[in-house]
Ligand binder design. Structure first.
Ligand code: GAL
Length: 677
């Protein structure tokens, strides 16, 4: 089913069930939402106890009243299934619905996400309430989308999950011999003689069979997706006709989101940049990397389902967002393909853990707060940006960031057990492209790669499903491949490849990785340019953490190590292969290294930046369709920045004018400008 919208969705999570005894507040909420330009809310996310106060007794009238009152005021509903947290009666009557943790302790009632996803009783009860909701609201024009559960995650190790895992493993391997070979169980005499002996990994049991750990993660992910699919089936059985989504999370590695996305009509996710962790620009880039990942799951616009207007309640320090900062954050989501700006939460609740989390409406309750006024301006300005709907980001560059690779690499004891820089390396390469000023798709290993000019493989330790073949064809046909150390080490069962690394890509890279050195973070070596190298590199840069010692076959060195016993060995090399080229980066480097080489590689591949110069606080992104290109230029610094446009544009945000201009443009501090070409 297709999801499409004829307006930018603006609104957020709304919990009126917490205020049913305060009709005055509910009325004021609607007034303030309308004033702020809110056109959609997410309802019912954690409302099971209100919807089914005791088993089999359903109370949905209050919800219908809220939904229809909102609708009468021009506000649609994204309706959630309530499976993200269960009512007390359910856990009391069917204790098996609560989780068992990896140390095999049974959890007691409390929190959300404390439920077993293989429990038949949980599945049955979820299906009953979902079907009821669908029967009541499944054809209601006020409801435009189903929000399945909330931020699926976590795992359970109860007897039901163990039985399901055994079946999963037996279906996959068929014979115990095959299982033993795939998991290399002769090691420490851990051979299985029956599938009945298979148990999930545990700190008090098995944690050394890394093929088991990897398959367990696959099982948890597949089970979660299956649970979600059963919820969708229940909605359909109840007659629901609207599309479905579930809200995903930033860099969450408990689920293969690429696979999960196949069951959804639109991708949505919750974006909470942790602004204190680095410069504003770098934090925004880190989250735009996730926007790009989410967009690439379906190669379509997505929804930002949650975000926070100001401080949260769960960070060590909840810093306020400065004026303009939240608007810039929201515009960045749109710049990377979002068709919504959704807030958690519309109104703060008075008690429990989220009472002090930022919101549209705070405890003071009026519409003259700094935060409300900024949201009101944002919400109303989105109404003028309709022409951006259905435009998409069209990138010539893709970077592979794959969760199964992460499971395998991080689950393997090896050269670096503390702080394996996997996300970090991917982000350094992504950041380098942001600094150059072009968009980059962030894709998983299953994604098509044929349309790109540059493909980046940061630490793709484990490749599956014929990725190596796809890459060979890509380079043979003229693509530029950029790969780093610690790529092509194991197969999809985490068995190490024989015959050298990066396995089948040794010819493509023109080298073989012989050894890899790993040192504490503070240890430094250097990338030293080879004189006359073809990229024209002249700077010396620091390298740290992992140092790959490669033997070149047909590749040519561009930079060499400056110190240690491998002083003089290739640290960056290039190899011609077919009509294309491969650059091999042997070590982790400082930002400047990645920024310099990626800009030169882009230029050598004919990919030009959107702006001639990129001030350090500026980020850019393009969305386009067949008729127009929209350039978002955003300033995340605390002073205005000048940029120079070599092409002619008109402005559509913050001001709208048909006048065409080029040359100097000043972007205010914490400001966004959207230009049209
Ligand atoms: C999200 C969650 C919301 C709320 C929010 C607070 O992860 O989906 O329900 O808890 O965090 O930031």
């Amino acid at each position: 089913m297709e999801f499409s919208t004829d307006k930018f969705l603006f609104g957020g999570d709304y919990n009126p069930e917490q205020w049913l005894d305060r009709p005055d507040i509910l009325e004021e909420d609607v007034r303030m939402m309308v004033k702020a330009g809110v056109n959609v809310v997410s309802l019912g996310i954690f409302s099971w106890a209100e919807e089914e106060p005791e088993e089999g007794r359903f109370e949905l009238d209050w919800l219908a009243d809220i939904i229809h009152n909102l609708y009468d005021n021009g506000i649609y509903t994204i309706l959630a299934t309530p499976s993200g947290a269960r009512p007390r009666w359910l856990a009391e009557k069917y204790p098996e619905v609560l989780r068992v943790n990896e140390s095999r302790q049974k959890l007691i009632f409390g929190e959300r996400h404390n439920h077993c996803l293989t429990s038949e009783k949980y599945r049955e009860n979820v299906a009953i309430i979902d079907k009821k909701l669908a029967e009541r609201f499944g054809k209601d024009p006020a409801v435009i989308l189903w929000h399945i559960s909330n931020e699926f995650g976590g795992e359970c190790h109860c007897p039901s999950c163990q039985a399901a895992f055994r079946k999963y493993i037996q279906d996959k391997y068929q014979t115990v011999d095959k299982l033993n070979a795939s998991w290399w169980t002769k090691f420490w005499s851990h051979n299985y003689t029956s599938f009945d002996q298979v148990e999930s990994p545990s700190p008090i049991g098995e944690s050394s069979i890394q093929g088991l750990t990897l398959d367990w993660k696959r099982f948890v992910s597949d089970t979660t997706i299956d649970f979600m699919n059963k919820e969708v089936e229940a909605l359909r059985a109840g007659g629901a006709e609207q599309p479905v989504t579930t809200n995903m999370m930033h860099d969450y590695d408990g689920i293969n989101y690429g696979k999960m996305g196949q069951s959804l009509d639109v991708i949505s996710w919750d974006s909470y940049p942790t602004w204190q962790d680095d410069t504003k620009v770098k934090i925004m880039e880190n989250y735009s990397m996730t926007h790009d990942f989410m967009r690439c799951i379906k190669d379509k616009p997505f929804l930002m389902m949650e975000s926070c207007t100001t401080g949260t309640n769960w960070q060590p320090y909840s810093d306020l967002k400065a004026p303009g900062q939240y608007t810039n954050e929201a515009m960045n989501a749109i710049a990377h393909g979002s068709e919504s700006v959704q807030i958690f939460q519309i109104r703060q609740g008075r008690g429990s853990t989220e009472k002090l989390h930022g919101a549209l409406i705070d405890h003071y309750g009026k519409d003259d707060t700094r935060v409300y006024k900024e949201c009101e301006k944002l919400g109303n300005s989105l109404k003028d940006l309709k022409e951006l709907l259905n435009t998409n980001v069209d990138s010539k560059i893709a970077l592979i960031y794959d969760v199964e690779n992460k499971w395998a690499a991080e689950g393997s004891d090896g050269p670096r057990n503390e702080g394996l820089p996997l996300r970090e390396t991917a982000f350094k390469l992504y950041h380098a492209l942001c600094r150059y000023g072009v968009n980059c798709d962030v894709i998983d290993e299953d994604h098509d790669i044929s349309k790109y000019k540059i493909l980046i493989l940061p630490m793709i330790y484990s490749m599956r499903n014929g990725l190596e073949e796809k890459i060979k064809t890509f380079v043979e046909n003229g693509g530029t491949l950029v790969m780093t150390y610690w790529t092509g080490i194991t197969d999809e069962n985490d068995l190490v490849h024989l015959g050298g690394f990066p396995h089948d890509l040794c010819d493509v890279a023109g080298l073989r990785s012989e050894e890899i050195d790993s040192r504490p973070d503070e240890h430094e070596n250097y990338f030293v340019p080879v004189s006359g190298n073809e990229l024209g590199l002249t700077n010396i840069w620091k390298c740290t953490k992992l140092f790959d010692l490669v033997r070149l076959t047909t590749a040519v060195p561009l930079m060499t190590y400056g110190e240690d016993f491998y002083n003089g060995k290739a640290a960056l090399s290039v190899n011609a292969y077919g009509k294309g080229k491969t650059y091999y980066i042997s070590a982790d480097g400082e930002d400047g290294f990645f920024t310099e080489i990626m800009s030169k590689i882009c230029m050598a591949s004919g990919i030009m930046p959107y702006l001639d110069e990129m001030p350090e606080n500026i980020v850019v992104s393009e969305r386009r369709n067949d008729h127009a290109t929209y350039l978002f230029i955003q300033n995340f610094g605390d002073h205005a920045e000048d940029i120079y446009l070599s092409e002619t544009y008109s402005e559509i945000y913050p001001a709208r004018s048909d006048e065409k201009f080029s040359g100097k443009l000043t972007i205010p501090r914490m400001g966004t400008v959207i230009l049209k070409k």
